[in-house]
Ligand binder design. Structure first.
Ligand code: HEM
Length: 505
């Protein structure tokens, strides 16, 4: 036992010396690192900073250390970028240098070490995956092909809520029904499939596995093993669970969706271009030898995470803000009634005519950004940023939430006030035309799903406000909007119960 302690202490001292030497070299004449708290050997800044690197904590550090600062989390360098000017350099001017992604031990498992698109480094594989995914997912043709389905899914939500007697009295957890809607919206595009109800066993299984994947990946629980490799053996149990979830999930995608579609295509050849769904395009790329079967499954994996959850969180935030700001909800309803006529259901082309609806969506994405730190970027090689040296393979977090919530750049940013996007910020769009507002990022690694997310948000928020007065549950004056942040995600902590009082026309 004593020998073991001695052995561990010796290893600790040895590591401390090695790391102190490396740091002093890095901080020496050759390197001019960004400012930040002084790291200690082995742990770096981890013990001072803790695990929760959420957007608010990082905004506080930015005010202390400046708009580019560096944290050493054990062995990992973390560079946080917090001004529009520096964000422009990282995402645009030096977009190639900073266009890769870091993965940690857990993301390595879930993405097969970057065989997907979202977490792969900037290079040939990424370019190919992005090209292959563009036609089936990210064009206006896709929006026009599927918008009627999204409208039908939103109508089904309205009908189901109206049928539920609890909805108008004690309230319901609306999110559960919206989750089914989002799965249906995306699974129609992916596989031309939908789930009949929240109880559909396949939907229940899929939702559980996706939920588990998100929880395991976004948790801070595994930071210690990621930051300090010598502690990694203690993560063995956690990583084993990740691997099991990953295997079960990919198997489910393959058995119940990809293979099913292949069987269908074999019996009814899909020669009509219009009938093709996304997986047909992806499988074609596989047949041509451009990608392999694993890549196909990782594309399905990416869409399940990147598309469904982010959009669902944003819908949920939008509803919570509308419930907590009844005057804004009323103003939006008046706009819908006056532009479309009372009871005329909003469709995708209508959304463009509804300036206040657009402003509500933008304000939701500003204050409640689903991915407030973007998906972490990375530089493969040593790089320079604003005169600082950024060591190769640093994790680069762009604090997009702070860019959009810094009182130096926005009028009363803590207020939920859609009017700002019709007044002083009327020129600002969600597509990254202003580096203070990047809910979808900008540049090479920006979100290609914006083209789908915005219309889906418009259709569902519009239909809900048209059909219901949305209120907090009895005895509550406001919904609890406590945030829950993860490695780079942000959602509402408690899925709210909402009273849905149907309107009569
Ligand atoms: C409101 C909903 C959404 C938000 C707020 C959002 C936000 C983001 C953000 C911030 C990024 C990272 C940008 C960067 O690192 O610079 C991203 C990446 C990505 N998003 Fe979205 N997204 C949403 C919906 C979607 C949808 C619907 C899809 C697909 C149908 C999608 C697919 C992707 C993909 C594939 C990437 C990775 C791009 C790359 O690495 O090249 N997203 N998203």
């Amino acid at each position: 036992m004593d020998l073991l302690v001695l052995e561990k202490s010796l290893i600790g001292v040895f590591l401390a010396i090695v790391i102190a030497t490396v740091i002093s070299k890095l901080r020496g004449k050759k390197f001019r690192l960004p400012p930040g708290p002084i790291p200690v050997p082995v742990f770096g800044n981890w013990l001072q900073i803790g695990d929760d690197l959420n957007h608010r904590n990082l905004s506080d550090y930015a005010q202390k250390f400046g708009d580019i600062f560096m944290l050493r989390m054990g062995q990992r360098n973390l560079v946080v970028v917090s001004s529009p000017e520096s964000a422009k350099k990282v995402l645009h001017t030096q977009g190639v240098e900073f266009g890769s992604r870091t993965r940690n031990v857990v993301f390595d498992i879930f993405t097969g070490k970057g065989q997907d698109m979202v977490f792969t480094v900037y290079g040939e594989h990424w370019r190919k995956m992005r090209r292959i995914m563009t036609v089936p997912f990210f064009t206006n043709k896709v929006v026009q092909q599927y918008r009627h389905d999204w409208e039908a899914e939103a109508a089904a939500v309205v009908e189901d809520v109206k049928k539920n007697p609890e909805a108008a009295t004690n309230g319901i957890v609306l999110r559960r029904r919206l989750q089914l809607m989002m799965y249906n919206n995306m699974f129609r595009i992916l596989f031309d499939r939908r789930f009949e109800s929240e109880e559909d066993p396949l939907f229940v299984k899929l939702k559980a596995l996706n939920g588990e994947r998100s929880r395991l990946a976004q948790s801070f629980e595994y930071n210690y093993g990621d930051f300090i490799p010598i502690l990694r053996p203690f993560l063995r149990g956690y990583l084993k669970i990740c691997k099991e979830v990953k295997d079960r999930r990919l198997q489910l995608f393959k058995d119940y969706f990809v293979d099913e579609r292949k069987k269908l295509a074999a019996t009814e050849p899909l020669n009509n271009e219009g009938l093709k769904c996304a997986i047909d395009h992806i499988l074609e790329a596989q047949q041509k030898g451009e990608i392999n079967e694993d890549n196909v499954l990782y594309i399905v994996e990416n869409i399940n995470v990147a598309a469904i959850e982010t959009t669902l969180w944003s819908i949920e935030w939008g509803i919570a803000e509308l419930v907590n700001h009844p005057e804004i909800q009323k103003k939006l309803r008046n706009e819908l009634d006056s532009v479309l006529g009372p009871g005329v259901p909003i469709t995708e082309p209508d959304a463009h005519k509804l300036a206040y609806l657009q402003a509500v969506i933008k304000e939701t994405l500003r204050l409640r950004m689903a991915i407030p730190l973007l998906v972490p970027h990375m530089n493969l090689q040593d790089a320079k940023l604003n005169g600082y040296d950024i060591p190769a393979e640093s994790k680069i977090l762009v604090n997009a939430w702070w860019l959009a919530n810094n009182p130096a750049n926005w009028k009363k940013p803590e207020e939920f006030r859609p009017e700002r996007f019709l007044e002083e910020e009327r020129k600002v769009e969600a597509n990254g035309n202003d580096f203070r507002y990047l809910p979808f990022g900008v540049g090479r690694r920006s979100c290609p799903g914006i083209i789908l997310a915005l219309p889906i948000l418009g259709i569902i928020l519009g239909r809900l406000v048209q059909n219901f007065e949305m209120l907090p549950p009895p005895g509550q004056s406001k919904l609890d909007t406590t945030e829950k942040g993860g490695q780079f995600s942000l959602h509402i902590l408690k899925h709210s119960t909402i009273v849905m009082k149907p309107r009569s026309f």
